[in-house]
Design a protein around this ligand. Structure first.
Ligand SMILES: NC(=O)c1ccc[n+]([C@@H]2O[C@H](COP(=O)([O-])OP(=O)(O)OC[C@H]3O[C@@H](n4cnc5c(N)ncnc54)[C@H](O)[C@@H]3O)[C@@H](O)[C@H]2O)c1
Length: 285
């Protein structure tokens, strides 16, 4: 039987690189996807012959679709694991000073640069959409089940005032996994989010790396503990797993404040299912 195939985005550095190495050692063929070709090629060549670098911009749907197609074909018509991990911090400050506020030729305020949302959230949703397509077509080659892991953050459980878009995108990733995880597992695909605390990587500004207290660092090995937990249990899905220091914590959604909200949260699905059997017709769009 052919080897299982894993794709890791943002695998040229940090968390993605660590997961790519981990999966390679576990016997996966690994596709290293990154925008940065020097870093990505370097990781893939260090891994060995069962690794492939594919330069990818996850914020472009076409680029990510080409990645999945290439990985599937290179892997012998199967894809088994997708780690939607590439991420960036805020590219423009929501709190920008008055001097930085620019108007266009019509006198309208120019939009905020929301690249962070495209890379950290939209690309994750499209990645799941693409992954499910290829997992469904992996049965003949010995696959047909899969693990989808998305990198959220502690900022997706709490918040980071310096990076409000980053915070919003990471909350979004948890919402996506909690909503879609219990549905996709019915066809053999688990969907989970990891929420790392502080891991010193290239994402962190140099001044932060310099000042950060050592006792509040989470090692990369903790990320791989979460990956192993997902690999070990094909029913573990819809989870947001906080990673802090040496530990992984399965975090529940917030509790219901009253019985009415509990009823909506636990009993109203049948009604919603009826409502969404056919996409509702909406005026105007
Ligand atoms: N380091 C931390 O403390 C920490 C904590 C919580 C969450 N995270 C998340 O972990 C993930 C990985 O970050 P990291 O800390 O390893 O950072 P990193 O900067 O070391 O690695 C991120 C990689 O993603 C790549 N990348 C960026 N934009 C891309 C794009 N459009 N398409 C493809 N690749 C792209 C970069 O080239 C880089 O190699 C991110 O989603 C980040 O938000 C990191």
């Amino acid at each position: 039987m052919s080897k299982p195939v894993a794709i890791v985005t943002g695998a040229g550095s940090g968390i993605g690189e660590a997961v790519a190495i981990h999966l390679y050692k576990k016997g996966y063929k690994v596709v290293v996807a990154d925008l940065n070709s020097t870093a990505g090629e370097n990781v893939a060549s260090t891994l060995g012959p069962d690794a492939l670098f594919v330069q990818t911009d996850v914020s472009s749907y076409r680029s990510q679709a080409q990645l999945l197609k290439k990985a599937y074909e290179w892997g012998g018509n199967r894809v088994d694991f997708f780690h939607a991990n590439a991420g960036i911090d805020d590219r423009q400050n929501l709190y920008d000073s008055e001097e930085k506020e620019e108007l266009d030729e019509d006198g309208l305020l120019k939009p905020l640069n929301t690249k962070t949302m495209e890379v950290n959230l939209e690309a994750v949703i499209q990645g799941l959409w693409l992954f499910k397509y290829y997992v469904r077509r992996s049965k003949e080659a010995g696959g047909g089940k899969g693990h989808f892991v998305a990198t959220s953050s502690s900022a997706g459980l709490y918040h980071m005032p310096q990076c409000p878009q980053y915070t919003a995108s990471k909350y979004g990733v948890i919402g996506l996994c909690r909503a879609a995880g219990p549905v996709f597992v019915k066809e053999g695909i688990t969907v989970n989010a990891i929420c790392p605390a502080f891991i010193p990587t290239n994402l962190c500004p140099p001044e932060v790396l310099k000042r950060w207290p050592k006792e509040h660092i989470t090692p990369l090995s903790t990320v791989n503990k979460a990956i192993d937990a997902f690999l070990a249990d094909g029913t573990l899905t819809g989870q947001a797993v906080e990673l802090s220091q040496e530990n992984i914590y399965f975090r529940e959604q917030v509790d219901w404040p009253n019985e009415s909200q509990r009823w909506i949260g636990t009993k109203s699905n049948e009604i919603w299912d009826v409502g969404y059997q056919e996409p509702p017709k909406r005026e105007g769009y």
